[in-house]
Design a protein around this ligand. Structure first.
Ligand SMILES: C[S@@+](CC[C@H](N)C(=O)[O-])C[C@H]1O[C@@H](n2cnc3c(N)ncnc32)[C@H](O)[C@@H]1O
Ligand code: SF4
Ligand code: SF4
Length: 441
């Protein structure tokens, strides 16, 4: 741990204006939302921090504790505050947002929908993809697009190949090979029905990771949303890729009817360390609109996910202000239309067309800037702005809000899930009960 400031017994303990204290099983989480930073302590430690008024020294607090018969030595108390300082609890964050560096920013993630054509026709598909749709652009045009945006990209920009089914584009390999030649980091989203051994070799050579959609642990459940016979193909694709060392994430779209079986998905997959399972709830978008009986709510999602962890590692002092849509990431539709995110393909968020408008004007334009500002957790809505978890949560997913209410401002429909998962993750990141009431685990 780097020590930026030493404290001694005469150190004046600063106040933490927004201090949030949460107790679970005798462990007290003390959170400074503004940094964000947190420590775990015992009850006396939490009470001390709540009392701190920015006027008294450690020695004065020690005198008070001794007179109240609290057993703690002055060096122990000093050590406690030193540790809180080391964990950034008293830091004063700079209040400038990330939009300051607007013109200097680079594109770090691109969702590239190379076609909206698909060999499946899933019941809930937000892109409303099907085999009736034509492939719009030849590979040369899409390779040209990747070359064209290069000066605006951060090193190793992530390119997520999506669709439709990206493997339905006859030029898939040419486009992906161009992308890797340009030193982008390729990621693939696929339904996993078209991956032969040869295709798996190609993917292993050109892609950093692959997401394969699987909606249940067997064909009976998977076929309810994705059509008969596709389950075995998808599982075989997971095997083919995983055997070649590809990092595979199996993507489960959670519906109410599949929820009781979702935990069985892992058992249907090869038990390899490079195979993970991720769950996201069904959203009311595209063909998924109006499927009320299949949407899961906050409690259902939380009860399902609480044992699994969020998979997020929070870093003290790292202030997450938004999901980066429009800021560092964009989505390009199969016809070249540019949007902030793959879940924001709607007229009001249309920033231009990559084949018709100069990218510089799109990327640095007023429309994108206004959108990025509207996504900032302190600008988006008053509830998130005042939430103690705002710089950990970053406001959640505003596509959820958009598709549930028609307006992307407002609180993520999965807010209460988010809150519980973030607290769970913070508590899980520390060791159990401190041996000394002031000690931080
Ligand atoms: C649009 S698909 C494109 C890639 C590929 N065809 C596939 O199915 O994986 C990308 C992901 O979006 C998910 N998806 C589609 N419609 C959805 C909806 N309405 N709500 C939530 N996820 C959805 C799919 O299950 C898939 O995991
Ligand atoms: S979710 Fe994927 S596989 Fe299903 S119809 Fe949409 S694009 Fe095709
Ligand atoms: S979505 Fe909920 S948890 Fe996240 S910042 Fe907003 S209010 Fe806080």
């Amino acid at each position: 741990m780097t020590r930026e400031r030493f404290v001694d017994a005469n150190w004046i303990v600063p106040t933490v204006p927004e201090l949030k204290v949460v107790e679970r099983s005798g462990r007290w989480l003390c959170l400074n939302p503004e940094v964000p930073a947190w420590i775990f302590t015992g009850k006396p430690g939490a009470l001390l921090l709540q009392k701190a008024d920015g006027k008294r020294s450690i020695r004065e607090y020690h005198d008070e504790m001794v007179s109240n018969a609290v057993e703690v030595s002055l060096p122990k108390l000093t050590e406690f505050f030193q540790s809180a300082v080391d964990k950034k609890l008293f830091e004063k964050p700079e209040r400038e947002g990330s939009l300051v560096s607007w013109k200097d920013r680079k594109l770090s993630a691109l969702y590239l929908h190379i076609t909206n054509r698909c060999n499946l026709q899933c019941s809930y598909c937000y892109r409303e993809s099907s085999s009736h749709l034509a492939v719009l652009h030849d590979p040369g045009k899409l390779c040209g697009l990747l070359e064209y945006v290069k000066p605006f990209t951060a090193p190793g920009m992530e390119v997520s190949f999506s669709g439709g089914e990206p493997l339905m584009h006859p030029g898939f390999q040419e486009i992906a090979a161009t992308s890797s030649r340009l030193e982008y980091t390729n990621r693939l989203l696929t339904n996993g029905t078209l991956i032969t051994d040869e295709m798996a070799d190609f993917i292993a050579a050109h892609f950093r990771s692959v997401k394969i959609s699987l909606d249940g642990p067997n064909d009976e459940i998977h076929s309810r949303t994705r059509g008969r016979g596709n389950f075995a193909r998808a599982v075989r694709s997971v095997e083919r890729l995983a055997e070649r060392g590809v990092k595979v994430s199996v993507q489960v779209t959670l519906t109410k009817s599949a929820l009781p079986h979702a935990n069985e998905v892992k058992g249907a997959l090869p038990a390899l360390p490079n195979v993970a399972v991720r769950f996201t709830p069904l959203l009311p978008m595209g063909r998924g609109t109006g499927m009320e009986s299949e949407y899961i709510d906050n409690d259902e999602f939380y009860n399902f996910a609480s044992g699994q962890g969020s998979g997020t590692r929070y870093t003290r002092g790292q202030c997450n202000r938004s999901c980066h849509a429009g800021m560092g990431s964009l989505s390009i539709a199969e016809n070249g239309d540019v949007y902030p995110c793959h879940l924001f393909h709607a007229r009001e968020f249309h920033f231009g067309n990559i084949f018709h408008d100069p990218f510089e004007e799109i990327f640095f334009g007023a429309k994108v800037k206004a959108f990025a500002r509207s996504m900032d957790v302190e600008q988006n809505n008053p509830i998130c702005r005042d939430c103690e978890l705002r710089f950990l949560c970053a406001g959640g997913c505003h596509a959820n809000t958009l598709h549930a209410t028609g307006d992307h401002h407002g609180v993520d429909t999965f807010c209460s899930y988010q809150k519980r998962i973030i607290y769970d993750t913070l508590f899980a990141s520390s060791s159990p009960t401190p041996s000394h009431p002031l000690k931080q685990p």
